[in-house]
Design a protein around this ligand. Structure first.
Ligand code: HDE
Length: 749
């Protein structure tokens, strides 16, 4: 019979250090000592509520969910064992009376909730928004006043893919911000592209059904490169503008931290004197707007599907807090709701920044990561109808449908109507509603009269007026009209703005757009879909259409509408300028024979510049030579260029015995020891091909030369030592990529 341990034995065992049982010690049952959980960090607490209903705050609830040193059942009863089912003897049948087994398995069986029907894949962070006070003239919203600090929670997402899909697919990105203001929660539920595929919400199921995987085989995942998507957008030309943005570099951002955000619809702001203006919201990233290159984006899908999520988390963890300025374009609130001939109610149109500059009104800093992905990122519920006094909606027909859809979908996704009580969704303003009961009600409401008017609860709660921060819909006049299923005639211009976007791109950006259309359409099987799309492209620009047609091996059709001379809006191009390099990742490639003092000073210089150094070496462990050993973060076998924004080469890392594989070594065909390691050659050539900065010293020129790279090539920094090389590299990195390496960048305008 096996020896039974008493509960006392087990406690003794738990208090032993792992790996150090003495000869007399009982075997370790659990490797760690029970300890009190760490208190949550103050700046990461879930949103608190000051609801007068007596329900605990989010933070208190979070603590209650994980307190005490010992494992318990859901009822708080301490458990002596969580690894063995209760059995009739060690080899006997499991007993149904085992409540712990049933509770644990049952809860696990129900751990998943339905993923979002769109925007299922996301990553989020906490932060703070500080108003500049610059919006005071146009909006009475208290959180926009000067120096008012408002906690925020931001969720970035892709649209089409499932929850487990890769981050760097070509797609629109969601950019949803929850402002926990003192006057109630305001949600700005935007995207990284300022226009949308459709002008009326009634078509949303159509565009999403077309973009999602084919219903028979459920492929492809998280891609627009398939027949149904291109079938829909070619038949439905109001999608042309958004599709063109998707095919541009905007569809493959380098990082969430380097994306613009847009409210898309026109909103209405109202000031203290009840005067209104129309506005479009913009988020401008402090780090600039930057993208991956397509090959890089595709490689990352396999090598690090969590690339954007990891980038956001690591940047915040290392103190490189991402920042965006919130800005508005302001238009007079005229009866026709147009500006310079642009229909402000049409969500497929932008207003070029050259016609109406973006005026900054506040700064958002993301400074804390989530503590629990499910509780926060998965359960957060945004809604474009969450408004505060001073911010109102317009009659954009796309927005109208959204105002219905979000609450509706959240009721099924979050299991009933009380998801507003989940800590991440709780307002920070006092809540005093008359919503009662329902699935997952956690509030213990007091009082007997949740209705109005009442006398039994003393008439409480009372109604507020505008002077008490009530949200009062702007009394906009609605012109007399008949009920019709129609759109205004201005909505039928589908090509002027796509042409404006195309003409505003640099030659290199145009080359990327041509390549993206060619790639996506080459993945379609239906000839009719390709031909119809070419007709759409002909209505944007003959050069675009011609080049894509050549790529597809099809004739280029002629335009069917007159091409409007749309001019250009330089603000739409994301190339040019120099930008901060905070949080960029630098791979320092070295081996034991390298200048290790130089590695140390380069490592320090990278950190001092606010970037992340990762030492890449032939094997794990440390680089050993003169001075303190240097910790290795990546090996030649695990590192791939896509993980780095730039490379620093220290000398010429030599090919080890394993570099050419066991077969070559056995056959005696391994290259001579002085040859550079082939994995390093791959690292360098790939980084170079993707326009990344590459620097080096201590003989790195030889390595560059082997890769066919000249020391004077654009974006190459060869220095005398580590620190000097980092300086050159940082300068190159400030331009994001060495654009001059791409022939198209040199060819034009
Ligand atoms: Fe959404 N959208 N949407 N959308 N949307 C959702 O709400 C919808 C649209 C956007 O991180 C859903 O809670 C309709 C435009 C973001 O949790 C759903 C229409 C813009 C997110 C929904 C649109 C957006 C969503 C799915 C056409 C940019 C993710 C889950 C009228 C301005 C929010 C959910 C998050 C999510 C409906 C169009 C942005 C189904 C009907 C335009 C960023 O309710």
């Amino acid at each position: 019979m096996t020896k039974q341990h008493s509960a006392k034995d087990k406690d003794t065992a738990k208090n032993e250090l792992p790996g150090a049982p003495g000869p007399e010690s009982p075997p370790l049952i659990e490797p760690t000592k029970p300890v009190e959980p760490l208190p949550p960090k103050a700046d990461q607490d879930g949103p608190a509520t000051v609801s007068p209903t007596g329900q605990p705050t989010g933070a208190e609830q979070a603590r209650a969910a994980q307190s005490g040193a010992y494992l318990t059942t859901a009822q708080g009863t301490r458990l002596p064992d969580s690894d063995h089912s209760l059995k009739a003897g060690a080899r006997g049948p499991v007993l149904i009376q085992d409540h712990h087994l049933r509770e644990k398995i049952t809860h696990f069986d129900h751990e998943r909730i339905p993923e979002r029907v769109v925007h299922a894949r996301g990553a989020a962070a906490h932060g703070v928004f500080v108003g500049y006070g610059a919006a005071g003239e146009v909006s009475k919203a208290a959180f926009l006043a000067k120096d008012v600090q408002t906690p925020v929670f931001v969720r970035f997402s892709t649209v089409l893919g499932s929850r487990g899909s890769a981050d760097t697919v070509r797609d629109t990105r969601g950019f949803a911000t929850k402002f926990y203001t003192d006057e109630g929660t305001f949600d700005l539920v935007g995207n990284n592209i300022p226009v949308f595929f459709i002008q009326d919400a009634v078509k949303f199921p159509d565009v999403i059904h077309a973009g999602k995987p084919h219903p028979d085989r459920e492929i492809p995942q998280a891609q627009s490169a398939h027949d149904t998507f291109w079938d829909f957008v070619s038949l439905h030309t109001e999608a042309t503008h958004h599709t063109l943005w998707n095919m541009s570099d905007r569809g493959i951002p380098r990082s969430f931290r380097m994306m613009e955000g847009f409210g898309v619809h026109t909103f209405r702001l109202v000031n203290a004197a009840d005067e209104s203006v129309l506005v479009k919201f913009h988020w401008k990233p402090r780090l600039g707007v930057h993208s991956l290159v397509w090959e890089e984006a595709q490689m990352i899908c396999g090598m690090d599907p969590d690339f954007h999520r990891r980038d956001l988390f690591d940047a915040i963890e290392s103190g490189a807090f991402p920042q965006w300025e919130l800005g508005i374009q302001v238009f007079p609130d005229t009866a026709d709701q147009t500006f310079e001939g642009i229909d402000l109610l049409d969500p497929t149109k932008i207003v070029p920044e050259e016609l109406s500059p973006v005026q900054p009104i506040g700064l958002m800093t993301l400074n804390a990561n989530t503590k629990n992905y499910f509780a926060e990122t998965e359960q957060v519920a945004f809604h474009p109808g969450h408004l505060v006094p001073g911010i109102d909606v317009t009659d954009d027909p796309l927005l109208a449908g959204r105002l219905f859809s979000y609450l509706d979908t959240q009721i099924s996704r979050l299991g009933g109507p009380n998801f507003g009580q989940i800590p991440i969704n709780r307002p920070h303003a006092p809540v005093n509603d008359m919503l009662r009961d329902g699935m997952h009600q956690t509030a213990v409401h007091t009082g007997v009269a949740p209705y109005r008017p009442n006398s039994l609860d003393g008439g409480c709660p009372f109604l507020a007026g505008a002077d008490m921060s009530a949200f009062i819909e702007t009394p906009v006049e609605v012109p007399a009209a008949s009920k019709v299923r129609e759109a205004p005639s201005s909505f039928s211009d589908h090509f002027t703005q796509p042409r404006l976007f195309w003409l505003s791109m640099t030659p290199l950006e145009r080359e990327h757009i041509v390549a993206a259309y060619t790639f996506e359409l080459s993945k379609c099987h239906e000839q009719a879909v390709k031909e119809r799309t070419l007709k759409v492209l002909a209505n944007i620009d003959p050069e675009l259409c011609g080049q894509v047609a050549t790529g597809l091996g099809l004739p280029a059709p002629a335009a069917t509408v007159p091409l409007v001379a749309a001019g250009s809006s330089p603000a739409l191009s994301q190339m040019g300028g120099t930008w901060p390099t905070d949080g960029r990742v630098i791979g320092i490639v070295a081996d034991d024979a390298a200048d290790l003092d130089g590695v140390r000073s380069a490592w320090r210089a990278v950190l001092d510049a606010g970037m992340v150094p990762l030492v890449v070496a032939p094997t794990g462990g440390t680089l050993d030579g003169a001075g303190e050993p240097i910790a290795v973060q990546r090996t030649f076998a695990t590192a791939r260029s896509v993980e780095f924004d730039a490379l620093l080469l220290v000398g010429v890392p030599q090919a080890g015995a394993d570099a050419y594989g066991a077969r070559d070594a056995k056959a005696g065909t391994a290259r001579p020891p002085e040859a550079p390691d082939p994995r390093v050659l791959l690292l360098v050539t790939e980084a170079y091909r993707h326009g990344k900065a590459v620097g080096g010293w201590n003989g790195a020129e030889h390595l560059l030369e082997t890769c066919g790279i000249g020391a004077d090539d654009p974006g190459i920094a060869v220095g005398d030592d580590g620190a000097a090389t980092v300086e050159g590299l940082t300068r190159a990195l400030g331009e994001h990529r060495a654009w001059d390496r791409f022939p198209a960048a040199l060819s034009g305008e």
